[in-house]
Design a protein around this ligand. Structure first.
Ligand code: UDP
Length: 416
């Protein structure tokens, strides 16, 4: 017997992001690109006509149970475990989170058309709720255990890899930010291209745009004459900020070059290991440290810099690269993950094959040494970044949701 199920046009979707709240200031230990992605894509999807609720755990930064991040886009904080818990401690509370989410939806009389899961921690919750409601589920991993472990010495929770494999095979569609991530998903989990949907992130072009370098330096108390290299993000080994400190002594004009690092927090002592290294290498005077700031303040740092450097060991999307390019500042980055395609080598910046400080110093000097090269790369960077609006990102996500819904219906028909 064939039953006929016609997918209705979508009206409302539920995003599950157990540990990544869009309201937390990014750039600290457990908050970064995923938080920004959720904060910016949810209102963009809502603006395209599909309401979005992002379910996340109540956390240390507080905030009301329901928070509007735009018309028809809400963040819903659910109490599951002590708000102070860090990411790895949340695992035992996932069943409670699931119960709180079901209760909330019931209480509010909400109906959804699809569930979108973010990061491995949300997978089991999203998948079981979608199954209970009879809805399609899509997954965005943001990062993958196998890649983190391959590229760093850190080990991930033991259940993470198995949970990711389970989700990769169980979801109706897996979202990848880039073709590179699609290839990785193919290789790691053996899932076919038809079950992967490439949908990039974006950049807020009304916020990140070229501004006066001199005025920004004045506002930040930075010298108008020095060459400035900017690092933005969580100052952890995976992002390679130490590569830049090691590169400083190898630069052509070390005494006139300043590395500005923005990210982390004093409470987390994020910079301690880097301060030690800078002192050991005799370049402490050449480095400025700033704890993470909201993006409204970050724009001054991009404007003040000559180039942004990203010696990351992997990036699945790399919002910082896009933000810098949108601000008219070229990016010198390791040729890994999304960075290898985000940056057009020799045009919008430079790609460095590995993480060798001497190579980084050489490539950074190459751009810094020529005002014309710097200006031309900055202009090309702005044009390149312009294609990545959140509106476009939302359209591509919506195409993925429709693909997932069609696949879901087809499978339901086949199984009857
Ligand atoms: N960020 C910020 N303030 C800071 C440092 C970083 O708002 O002080 C934001 C930055 O603008 C970017 C995000 O944090 O949007 C980092 O994203 P990215 O994709 O580069 O790295 P991830 O955190 O995902 O590894």
């Amino acid at each position: 017997m064939t039953i006929s199920i016609t997918p209705s046009p979508m009206k409302r979707i539920a995003m599950v992001s157990v540990h990544g709240c869009p309201m937390v200031t990014p750039g600290m230990r457990f908050a970064g690109g995923m938080n920004v992605y959720l904060r910016d894509i949810a209102p963009a999807i809502a603006a395209a006509g599909v309401a979005v609720d992002v379910y996340t755990r109540s956390h240390h930064a507080g905030g009301p149970e329901i928070f509007e991040i735009g018309p028809n886009a809400r963040v819903i904080h659910l109490r599951a475990g002590n708000p102070e818990l860090v990411k790895s401690e949340v695992i035992p509370y996932l069943p409670e989170f699931r119960e709180r989410m079901l209760e909330f939806v019931e209480r509010q009389g909400l109906e959804y058309d699809l569930v979108h899961s973010h990061y491995w921690l949300s997978g089991s919750v999203a998948q079981s709720i979608a199954a209970q409601w009879g809805l399609p589920v899509v997954v965005s991993f943001h990062t993958l255990a196998a890649i983190k472990e391959r590229e760093s010495s850190e080990s991930e929770p033991e259940q993470r890899s198995a949970a990711e494999a389970q989700m990769a095979h169980g979801a109706d569609l897996v979202f990848a930010f880039t073709d590179d991530e699609r290839r990785e998903l193919n290789e790691l989990f053996g899932i076919e291209d038809e079950r992967i949907h490439v949908a990039p992130g974006g950049v807020d072009l009304s916020l990140f745009q070229p501004m006066s370098k001199l005025e920004a330096r004045k506002r930040l108390g930075l010298s108008p004459n020095e060459k400035i290299v900017l690092f933005v993000g969580r100052p952890e080994p995976f992002k390679g900020p130490d590569v830049l400190i090691r590169a400083l002594p190898h630069m052509r004009d070390t005494a006139n070059t300043r590395l500005v690092l923005v990210g982390g927090s004093e409470g987390e002592h994020s910079f301690d290991w880097l301060r030690l290294l800078a002192a050991e290498l005799g370049v402490a005077e050449r480095v400025s440290w700033h704890v993470a700031v909201p993006q409204e303040q970050l724009i001054d740092f991009y404007a003040a810099t000559d180039i942004t450097a990203m010696p990351s060991f992997h990036e699945s999307f790399g919002l910082v690269a896009l933000e810098s390019m949108a601000s008219g500042r070229p990016v010198v980055a390791s040729a890994v993950g999304a960075l290898a395609t985000q940056i057009v080598d020799g045009q919008t910046g430079r790609l460095v094959a590995a993480h060798d400080p001497v190579d980084f110093a050489y490539c950074m000097d190459d751009i810094l040494g020529s005002p014309r090269a710097l200006q031309s790369a900055g202009e090309k960077a702005v044009i390149h970044a312009r294609a990545f609006t959140w509106t476009r990102a939302a359209e591509q996500a919506l195409q993925g949701y429709l693909r997932a819904a069609h696949g879901f219906v087809e499978r339901a028909q086949l199984s009857h």
